[in-house]
Design a protein around this ligand. Sequence first.
Ligand SMILES: Cc1ncc(COP(=O)(O)O)c(C=O)c1O
Length: 494
Amino acid sequence: MPAPSTYFDLIDTTFDFPQEGIELKQGILHFYSINLMELIRKYGTPLRVFYLPRIAQQIQNARHWFHQAFRRYGYTGKYLYAYCTKSSHFSFVLWEVLRHNVHLEISHTNDLAIVEWLWKKGWINQDILIIANGYKERAYAERIRALYQAGFRNLIPVLDDINELEYYEGLEPPIQIGIRIAAEEEPTFEFYTSRLGIRPSEIIPFYQQRIRNHPSVRLRMLHFFINTGIQDSPYYWSEFSRALEMYIALRDLCPDLDMFNIGGGFPVRNTLRFLYNYEEIVDEIVSQIHQRCAQENIPDPHLITEFGTFTVGEAGAHLFQVLGEKIQNDAERWYMLNGSIMQYIPDTWGLGERFIVLPVNYWDKPYQRVNLGGLSCDAHDYYNSEVHLNHVFLPILPENPQEEPLYVAFLHTGAYQDALAGFGGIQHCLIPAPRYLVIYQDDEGQLHHWLFAEPTSSEAMLNLLGYHQDNPLPTPAQSRTPAGTYEQILIQEL
Ligand SMILES: Cc1ncc(COP(=O)(O)O)c(C=O)c1O
C-alpha cells in the first residue's frame, strides 16, 4: 500500500473513521455534527466547548447497558445512576444531568451549597439520592445534618473513617449511611492500601460493635471505588470481588443493607482506536453480583454507579489556533498554540492523560510529525503523543500567511480540567482562560449557544492579585526604582 499522502489518508488508513460524534464534512472536522470552523469563525480561539446533549446520551447508554444485563440475568435490584459532581461542577452540567433524573454523588460541604441552590431553583426535590463521600470536616458533617433535618431524607453520608459516625448522633429519624471499603492500590502505586475508606478488616467488627444497635443510623450502602477505574484487569476484578464478598458478609448481619455502590471509573474515548467494551464489562459486573447473591441466597442489591468522566468527558473540546511553527533541531518541530495546554487541559501533564487530537481544517494537506507547544514558558506545556501513534501528526501549515491558519481540536476534555486548573483564576504566565461556549438542547430538540465565559480579562486578573484601590500597602515616599538611562541604571547598580 502506498504511504498515505494527506492527513485524511493517514487517519483513514490508520483508524476506523468516522466515529460517533467525530467526522469530516466538506473537509472540516465536525463534533456531534457541529461544524467546528463555523464555531471558530464566530467565537474565535482558544475556545472551550461543552456540547450538553452528549451528557444525556451517555446517561442513556449506561442505563441501557445495565438494564440489558439485568434482564439477561433476571437481576432483581434497581440500577441507580448518580453523577459525580467533582468531575464538573458547572451549573449547566448539573442542569443537563438532572433533566435525566440522575442522583448525585458529592465530596465537599460546598457541594451541599450547590444542592441547596438546586432545590431552591426547583431543579431537584428533597427526595433525590445524594451520596456524600469524602473524609468529613466538621463543617461538612454539620451541613449534612442540617440538610437531612430540613427534609433531604435520602442524603446518605458514606463513612470514610470510623470516627465519622459520631457526627450523626441523635438524628431522628435515623439517617441512612454507607461505608466505604478501602481498596488495595495498584501494585505499581506508592501505597498498599487507599487512604480513602475504612480498612476491610475493621468493617465487620465496626458494624457489630457500633452500628448495629445505633439508634440514629441505618447502614444501607457499601461503597467501593478504585482510582484506576473500571478495567478488565486482574487487579480490578480482584478488588471488585473483595468488595462483593464484604457486601455479602455484611448483608448477612445487616438486613437493611441493600445498595452496592461501585463508584465511578468508566473511561471515555481518548483515542480513535478505543477498544473498551462497556457492555461486556457491565455484563461481567452484573453477572458476578447476581451469581454470588444467588449462591448466598440474598437479594440482588440495588446497584449504584457514580460516573464522572464518563458523564461529561465526551461533551467537551478545546479548540486552538496554530500560531506558527518552530524547528529547533533536525528532529523537533513545534506548532505553537494560542493558549496553554498545561493550564487548560492539566490532566495532560499532571496525570499523563491522553486525548483525541485532530486538525479542524486542512485534512487535504500532507502531514508531518509535530510537538504542540503552549504559550506559557513552562517546559512541560506541551503535548506530543497519542495513545496509539506515540506521536502527534498534523497537516503542514499553509505557506501563505494570508491563508486561514490551522486549527487543532482536543476532543473529550469535558471532565476535571476546570476543577484541576481552577476556573477563572490566575494561571501560569497570566495566560487567560479560553472563551467558554455551552451548546444545549431545549425540550423541543432545538440547539442553543450560551457564551458562558469570556477569556479572563487583565483587569480581573489584576484585581485578584491585589492591584486595586483597596490595596492597603503604603505608597513609598519616593520611588525606589532606579532612574535614568540604561547606562545610568547600570552605574547605579555598580
Ligand atoms: C468516590 C468517587 N466516586 C466517583 C468518582 C468518579 O470517577 P470517574 O470520573 O472516574 O468516573 C470519583 C473520582 O475521583 C470518586 O472519588
